[in-house]
Design a protein around this ligand. Structure first.
Ligand code: FAD
Ligand code: NAD
Length: 406
C-alpha cells in the first residue's frame, strides 16, 4: 500500500508540535511527512514584542527547524506557500507544487487593520521576526536622526502603540525598559520621549481582571507610558495618527509621531481566504476534531482556526497555548485516520494567562490565582521555557530558554 503523504504548512507553534508528535509516533515507512515553512527557522511569536523593542535580538527569539526535526522521518522544505486548493488537493509554493493525503494548515496570524485608512502603509505591525526587527531599527533610526538634526523634530521621539490588548501591553512593558537605554545610547533627554498607547475600548486589556489591569496601568505609567482610552485610531498618515475623541464629526485629534506600531488584533493567514474553505477573517471554524468542514483530510490549527467556547458562546482567543495543544491532537487524529480508527475531540485545557510588563514584571491569572510582579514574571518565563521543552526537549530549553530569573 502507498505510504500516505502528510503535508504540514507552517512551522510555528501548531505546525511544529504536529510534526514533532508525528515523528515520535510514526515509523519512517508509515508515512511521508513534509513540512513547508517560509524560513529555515522557527521564531517564538510570543517573544516578538521583545525583538520589536530591542530587549532581545532577532537571533535570540528564533532557532533552526533542523534542530528539532528528525530528517530520517520528516522532509523539510524552505519555501513560501502561495496558494492552497483543497478541492484539487494541491498546495502551490514559490518553488513548486505539492499534493497530499492529509493536509495541516498552520500558517499563523497576520495583523488586522479593519480596513482603517493608512494603517497598511504607514503603521508597523509585530507580525513576524523580520517585522519586529524593522520596528526596532525604525525606532533607533528616529532616535539617531533626532540626535544629529540641527532643527530638532521632537515628534520623532513619539511612539504610538495602537491597541492595549496583550500584545500592545507586552510591547509597552518592553519599551518602558528599552527607551531609557536608547536615551543614553543616542544622547536624548528622557523628557523628550513620549510613549502613548491608544485604545478604542473604555479600558486597557478589555475583559481582563480589573485589579490586575489597574496594576499594569500603574506600573507602565511609572515607566512613562501614557494611555488614551476610548479613542479609536481612525486613520494613519505618514506623520502620525488620527484618533476619535468623541461622538461628534469634528471630534478628531491628530497626533504626530515618528513611530506607529499597530497591535490592535489579529486575523488568520490571507491564503485561507482563497483556499475554498469557508472562513471568517481568514479563520476556519473547525469541526471538533480540528478538521475543516467539508474536507475530511484537511486540518486547520492555531491562529488560522476558530473554535467557540460554548460556556460563554465566544471564540477562544488565538494563543500559542491553544495552538500547541491543537498540534498534539492533530497529530493523534492523523495517525487515527491512517490506522482507520475514530478521531478524538479537541478540548482546550486553559491554564490561565500571563501578560509581561517588561522582563522584570508581569500580571496574570494561573490556575485561577492572581499573580503580579516578580512571581508573575517568573511564571511567564517558565511558560516560555515549557514551550521550548515541548518542541525540542532539554537541549533546546537550555540553548534558548529564559533563565535570567530575579
Ligand atoms: P505562528 O506561530 O504564527 O506560525 C506560523 C508559521 O507559518 C511561521 O513560522 C511563519 O513563518 C509560517 N508562514 C506564514 N505564512 C507562510 C507562507 N505563506 N508560507 C510558508 N510559511 C508561512 N500566545 C500565548 O499563548 N501566550 C503568550 O504569551 C503570547 N504572547 C504573544 C506575544 C506577541 C507579541 C504576539 C504577537 C502573540 C502572542 N501570543 C501568545 C499569540 C501566539 O503567538 C499565537 O497564537 C501563535 O503564534 C499562533 O501559532 P500558530 O502556529 O498558529 O502560528
Ligand atoms: P487583541 O484583539 O487581544 O487586542 C487588540 C486591542 O486593540 C483591543 O483592546 C481592541 O479594543 C483594540 N483596538 C481595536 N481596534 C482599535 C482601534 N481602531 N484603535 C485603537 N484600539 C483598537 O489582540 P492582540 O493584543 O494582538 O492579541 C492577539 C492574540 O494573541 C490574543 O488572543 C491574545 O490573547 C494573544 N496574546 C497573548 C499574550 C499572552 O498570553 N501573554 C500576549 C500577546 C498576545
Amino acid at each position: 500500500m502507498k505510504r500516505p503523504t502528510i503535508l504540514v504548512l507552517g512551522a510555528g507553534y501548531g505546525g511544529l508540535m504536529t510534526v514533532v508528535n508525528l515523528q515520535k509516533s510514526l515509523g519512517a515507512d508509515e508515512a511521508d511527512i513534509v513540512l513547508i515553512n517560509k524560513n529555515d527557522y522557527h521564531y517564538e511569536s510570543t517573544w516578538l514584542h521583545e525583538a520589536a523593542a530591542g530587549t532581545l535580538t532577532p537571533e535570540q527569539v528564533r532557532y533552526d527547524i533542523a534542530s528539532v526535526i528528525n530528517s530520517n522521518k520528516v522532509k523539510f522544505i524552505e519555501a513560501e506557500v502561495t496558494g492552497i486548493d483543497v478541492e484539487a488537493k494541491n498546495v502551490k509554493t514559490n518553488l513548486g507544487s505539492h499534493t497530499y493525503d492529509y493536509l495541516v494548515i498552520a500558517l499563523g496570524f497576520e495583523g488586522e487593520t479593519f480596513g482603517i485608512k493608512g494603517l497598511d502603509q504607514y503603521a508597523l505591525s509585530i507580525a513576524n521576526v523580520k517585522a519586529a526587527r524593522q520596528i526596532r531599527d525604525h525606532m533607533e533610526y528616529q532616535f539617531a536622526t533626532w540626535s544629529t538634526e540641527e532643527v530638532k523634530d521632537d515628534s520623532r521621539l513619539t511612539i504610538i502603540v495602537g491597541g492595549a490588548g496583550f500584545t500592545g501591553i507586552e510591547y509597552l512593558g518592553e519599551l518602558g525598559n528599552r527607551v531609557p537605554e536608547l536615551c543614553k545610547e543616542y544622547d536624548v533627554p528622557a523628557k523628550k520621549v513620549r510613549i502613548l498607547c491608544v485604545e478604542a475600548a473604555p479600558m486597557v486589556l478589555p475583559g481582563f481582571d480589573p485589579e490586575l489591569v489597574e496594576y499594569a496601568v500603574r506600573q507602565l505609567g511609572a515607566k512613562g507610558v501614557e494611555f488614551s482610552i476610548g479613542t479609536p485610531v481612525v486613520e494613519a498618515t505618514a506623520e502620525g495618527v488620527m484618533i476619535k475623541t468623541g461622538e461628534g464629526e469634528d471630534d478628531i485629534e491628530f497626533i504626530k509621531a515618528g513611530t506607529v506600531v499597530w497591535a490592535a488584533g489579529v486575523r488568520g493567514n490571507r491564503l485561507i481566504e482563497e483556499s475554498g474553505i469557508e472562513n471568517m477573517r481568514a479563520r476556519v471554524k473547525v469541526n471538533k476534531d480540528l478538521r475543516a468542514p467539508g474536507f475530511d483530510n484537511v486540518f486547520v490549527i492555531g491562529d488560522c482556526s476558530l473554535m467557540i467556547n460554548e460556556a460563554i458562546n465566544r471564540p477562544y482567543p488565538p494563543t500559542a497555548q491553544i495552538a500547541m495543544q491543537q498540534g498534539d491532537v492533530c497529530a493523534k487524529n492523523i495517525i487515527s485516520l491512517i490506522q482507520g480508527k475514530p478521531t478524538m475531540e479537541f478540548v482546550p485545557d486553559l491554564k490561565g494567562s500571563v501578560c509581561s510588563l517588561g522582563d522584570d514584571d508581569a500580571i496574570g491569572v494561573v490556575f485561577d490565582k492572581k499573580l503580579t510582579g516578580k512571581k508573575a514574571s517568573f511564571m511567564k518565563k517558565m511558560i516560555d521555557n515549557r514551550a521550548l521543552f515541548m518542541v525540542g526537549g532539554v537541549g533546546l530549553t537550555i540553548k534558548k530558554g529564559k533563565f535570567n530569573i530575579l
